[in-house]
Design a protein around this ligand. Structure first.
Ligand code: UD1
Length: 378
């Protein structure tokens, strides 16, 4: 069978890694004839936003690099649709695999669905219920044209149920590793919803061990374990509004008066930071974006994370680092319920940590489940 995957933005390279590994393993174990084609839309193009991930994970070069680059939403998504469509017509894959909620996800979803190619959506069912976030629009639209909706958690399944999806496997609980679908795509079905766990958990379990051996970022930055906070901030809703951005600069300054803060700055944040008068205090050290192993290691050795990233909220939870989320809501509500995460407007000046034994996002075998299910549906 022919699987075509589409990636384009930083977090998607991370999510692609465990899936590409699972394909190799499945191919070797079952001798199945799986043809795996990768499209990189080019949404992210800086070395540290893109290629560094292919290098560290040893992922093969994409078969197609579409070179779309930055732009307004219409321009960027429009170009993705157009260029992905050309590849889909040529390659005629059996299924298109999409990740998360970026403009690359939505562009791929529109191109594939218009050509009647079934879509499997990884990280399906997430909702912040804030339609001002571009990602929220991307998620909703992608889910509603997908055939196989791979959710990372029970809450994500519940969100889809509210939107009318009714073919829900195992009542939304994590599907068994041995689960074999009785549906068949060749007979046609509308859509099925499965909780397979989170592929980012698969990725982190693998990467955290490597990062301990490979990363020398603490030495490079001349900082000591647990004597600093880590900060990341790049979301459009924080960086496109100067007042909001300045407010967050003040919040960070207030929370971290007596401690060093390391801030790998995303290119879009750098742009606006250079335009505003408000500056971080000198204990906030701004560095270039860094690779996955370095950021994981920095997070693991920090004493607190402040972030507006979706992925990093979960990584903090998995690594048991308290997190303050620099947003007004989050789609990863389980991290808040478990006590490891707090929204910045609810932060009361103390780091609330809580030990939660139950695994919220699966068991680190999401990619294996995804592969098995896709292959059995044909
Ligand atoms: C995108 C995703 C967001 C994800 C983030 C991860 C959408 C709508 N958003 O946001 O969900 O969390 O990726 O990083 O798809 N830029 C560069 N070099 C690059 C990439 C971007 O300089 O390699 C700058 C450009 O000025 C660009 C801006 O960053 O205009 C925004 O990039 P874009 O890809 O549009 O969205 P992100 O903010 O990265």
């Amino acid at each position: 069978m022919k699987i075509l995957q589409i990636v384009g933005a930083r977090p998607q390279f991370i999510k692609y890694f465990p899936v590409s590994q699972a394909i190799e393993i499945y191919r070797n174990n079952s001798h199945a004839d799986i043809h795996n084609i990768l499209i990189h839309t080019g949404q992210h193009y800086d070395y540290f936003m893109s290629k560094v991930f292919f290098d560290i994970f040893g992922i093969k070069e994409p078969e197609y690099h579409l070179g779309v680059g930055s732009g307004n939403h219409g321009e960027q998504i429009g170009q993705i649709i157009q260029r992905v469509e050309e590849v889909l017509i040529k390659e005629k894959p059996d299924v298109v695999l999409l990740y998360g909620d970026t403009n690359s996800t939505l562009g791929g979803a529109i191109a594939a669905s218009k050509l009647h190619i079934p879509i499997a959506h990884i990280e399906s069912g997430l909702r912040s219920y804030n339609k001002k976030m571009p990602e929220e629009i991307n998620r909703i639209l992608t889910d509603h044209v997908s055939s196989i909706l791979f959710c990372p958690s029970e809450i994500a399944v519940r969100n889809l149920k509210k939107e009318g999806f009714n073919e829900i496997i195992n009542a939304g609980k994590l599907v068994e590793k041995e689960y074999i679908p009785t549906h068949s795509l060749t007979n046609g079905f509308n859509s099925i919803v499965l909780n397979v766990g989170d592929v980012m958990y698969d990725a982190i379990l693998h990467a955290v061990k490597i990062s301990e051996d490979k990363s020398d970022i603490l030495r490079k930055l001349n900082i000591v374990s647990e004597e600093y906070y880590l900060l990341t901030m790049h979301r459009a809703e924080n960086t496109d509004n100067k007042e909001r951005f300045k407010e967050l600069i003040r919040f960070v300054g207030e929370v971290s008066k007596k401690i060093t803060v390391i801030f790998p700055m995303h290119p879009r944040t750098k742009k606006i930071y250079n335009e505003v008068r408000e500056k971080f205090p000198p204990n906030v050290i701004i560095i270039e974006p860094i690779g996955y192993f370095d950021i994981l290691y920095l997070l693991k050795k920090s004493s607190l994370l402040m972030t507006d990233s979706g992925g990093m909220q979960k990584e903090a939870y998995w690594l048991k680092i308290p997190c303050i989320t620099l947003r007004d809501e989050t789609e990863w509500v389980e991290t808040i319920q478990s006590g490891w995460n707090v929204l910045h407007h609810n932060y009361k000046g103390e780091h609330h940590t809580h030990s939660e034994e139950r695994l919220l996002y699966g068991d680190g075998k999401a990619a294996e489940r995804i592969l098995k299910i896709i292959c059995k549906l044909w």
